[in-house]
Design a protein around this ligand. Structure first.
Ligand SMILES: [Zn+2]
Length: 129
């Protein structure tokens, strides 16, 4: 059992709940460390989790309540979640996924640093006589 966790951001070692692996102990250390980078990372993690929850609302089982078809492909939902995390961490600025038959989902970072998830399903009706 490992109970010495090292914060991956500042290197400070602290006592954590006994863990099976060093990686788990380091993760716990990062979750409790008070250094600016660890705090920033926790803030991003909270933001990413909230954005994924919102994305699931407009794409998952409740999508119909928003007038959108449900995306039932779990792998696609998981990919969207990964993209939200990457946008949240600033690794990519914007991602647009064109879904087959269910419109598109665009994930971007606003000027205020918030994660924006936009779903569009285009509807057109053309009449020619
Ligand atoms: Zn730290």
């Amino acid at each position: 059992m490992i109970s010495n966790g090292k914060c991956p951001y500042c290197g400070q070692v602290c006592i954590v709940e006994p863990c099976e692996t060093q990686a788990e102990a380091d993760k716990l250390a990062a979750e409790s460390c008070g250094c600016p980078l660890a705090m920033h990372e926790r803030q991003i993690a909270t933001q990413v989790a909230a954005a994924i929850e919102r994305m699931m609302e407009i794409c998952g089982a409740e999508a119909a309540e928003y007038g959108f078809p449900e995306i039932s492909d779990g792998e696609v939902l998981s990919l969207l979640g990964d993209l939200i995390s990457m946008v949240g961490h600033g690794r990519i600025n914007k991602a647009k996924v064109q879904l087959s038959g269910c419109g598109a989902v665009e994930i971007s970072l606003t000027a205020k640093g918030r994660i924006k998830v936009n779903r569009t399903v285009a509807k057109t009706c053309g009449i020619e006589e």
